[in-house]
Design a protein around this ligand. Structure first.
Ligand code: TRP
Length: 498
């Protein structure tokens, strides 16, 4: 156990903070946020957004960190200690995050391909057709599963090798060191891209469009839902990642101050990304005469269709900006995906007594094999289903579950003295308890039910069927981990630090 603890400990507080920022700053900040901001009232969105950070992001992270720090063990091991019959719930979130990892690896693979293509604008004159037809060979019929696309498989496997290379080392040697290099690099490249974008003719058109506040939307429930949803996704809340990372800290961490730094850095990055995205869209709108509103699309569309379209009209500059942009997405995605393997890996190490290195090797092989389903012509369609399931259902459920288990059963009160004694900035007190015990679980439950109804109402029959299959897969694999007998004699003695 002694040796294992070493392998799973941050070398310094800086490694912990940067790795958390690396987990938070990802595809959600680059493609998701600009679109969410734009379609939910522009400048007016900042009000629900800031409320979501103050009311949920920061208080919830403090809770998740506090409990993770206290137990210094994996999520299911801690849940077992909190309530001996609840181990199943403890495996649910680490397994769900691992599912996120598998589909994130596909987007990472696509991005890798675009990074190479961007040197020659290899997507041709018609990026839309290129993405959907030439590259993904998208098919919305299940028979597409039989059609394997080797180039995507290769790109994804390269990603898995990189992940393995970093993750199978001891925590500080791998993830810690990599975060210290990549996360600052990410911010620097972003500054360069945004700086350049702001000088483009037409940038102000895009920015005016982005920030043009529509105050009337503030009375709409949807924009509040959107703000809370964005913060959950962007800060990687409720998926036992923050918990696991905090359990890796040494004894003197100032968790409250760390939380504030991480939330600030994450918001800074995504708002910066929004400036860049909309300056570029403004430029394109000027060039093509299309209104900005018609250029904005969400998700993979924005990254893999709109950007290549922009680079096509950008002339020589595109050969610098293009590779730089796809590199940023790659690095942001990489530092996030590295966080999605940690909770399950640490849980398996704890229960079955395997080493970090061996566990990572097994998980990477299993993950890579399973991810190959996304390297088929049906992969794009399937990825959409899984993404919706994760975002609308699983993530928010994780937040509610953690609120109940941590704030009520474990009792958040127990953490207050300890948190405050380390904090050099703000202190937590009554208001924090009210938020994590009442406001958050109630509010997120409302949003969760709204999202569930939305999936049922708007989903096709095929999507609903797949959602059930995905959910069953999650529930069954969670069951298997729970039932399998522990191999580590220390599985049942969990110490507490607070
Ligand atoms: N936060 C990441 C992003 O913005 C995505 C992410 C990584 C995530 N790990 C997560 C989201 C865990 C939810 C849960 O792209």
């Amino acid at each position: 156990m002694e040796i294992m603890a070493d392998k799973n400990e941050w070398g310094s507080n800086l490694s912990f903070i940067l790795a958390m920022i690396g987990s938070a700053v990802g595809l959600g900040n680059i493609w998701r946020y600009p679109y969410v901001l734009y379609s939910n009232g522009g400048g007016a969105f900042y009000i629900p957004y800031i409320v979501a950070i103050l009311l949920m992001g920061i208080p919830f992270l403090i809770l998740e960190y506090g409990v993770g720090y206290n137990f210094k063990s994996s999520f299911p091991k801690a849940i077992r200690k909190i309530h001996s019959n609840w181990e199943y719930l403890g495996w649910l979130l680490p397994v769900a995050v691992f599912m996120i990892m598998i589909y994130y690896s596909a987007i990472l693979g696509w991005d890798g391909i675009y990074m190479i293509l961007s040197f020659t604008k290899g997507w041709g004159a018609n990026p839309d057709t290129f993405f959907a037809t030439t590259l993904l060979q998208s098919s919305d019929s299940m028979s597409g599963l039989a059609h394997f696309i080797p180039i995507i498989a290769v790109a994804m496997l390269i990603g898995w090798v990189i992940i393995w290379f970093i993750s199978h080392r001891d925590l500080e040697e791998g993830l810690g060191k990599v975060s210290k290099v990549l996360v600052p690099a990410l911010f620097i490249i972003m500054v360069i891209i945004v700086g350049f974008s702001l000088t483009l003719p037409g940038a102000s058109i895009g920015l005016a469009e982005l920030f043009n506040p529509d105050w009337s939307l503030l009375t709409h429930f949807e924009i509040w839902m959107a703000a809370f949803g964005q913060i959950v996704f962007s800060l990687s809340l409720g998926m036992s990642i923050a918990f696991t990372y905090a359990s890796y800290t040494s004894d003197d961490a100032d968790l409250i101050t760390n939380t504030i730094s991480i939330a600030l850095a994450n918001s800074l990055f995504e708002n910066f990304a929004a400036l860049g995205v909309f300056s570029i869209l403004g430029y394109m709108s000027l060039q093509s005469g299309t209104a900005v509103a018609d250029l904005v699309t969400q998700g993979t569309g924005l990254v893999f269709v709109v950007y290549p379209t922009v680079f096509n009209v950008l002339g020589q500059w595109a050969y610098v900006l293009g590779p730089l942009f796809f590199l940023t997405v790659y690095l942001a995605g990489l530092t996030s995906i590295l966080s999605t393997i940690e909770p399950l890996s640490f849980s398996i190490q704890n229960k079955f007594g395997l080493t970090r290195s061996r566990t990572m090797t097994i998980l990477v092989i299993v993950g890579a094999a399973m991810s190959m389903i996304y390297a088929t012509a049906y992969g794009g369609e399937l990825l959409g289903f899984v993404d919706t399931f994760i975002n609308q259902i699983a993530l928010l459920f994780g937040v509610i579950l953690e609120c109940i288990i941590f704030a009520w059963i474990f009792k958040a009160e127990k953490l207050i003295d300890f948190l405050n004694s380390r904090s050099k900035t703000i202190k937590v007190g009554k208001w924090w308890l009210v938020i994590v015990k009442y406001i958050l679980p109630i509010f997120i439950s409302i949003i969760w039910i709204g999202g569930l109804i939305d999936v049922i109402n708007t989903g096709t029959m095929e999507q609903l069927n797949f959602t059930v299959v995905i959910a069953l897969l999650l529930l069954i694999s969670t069951g298997i981990f729970t039932i399998m007998p522990a191999k580590n004699p220390e599985w049942d003695d969990t110490e507490e630090r607070v």
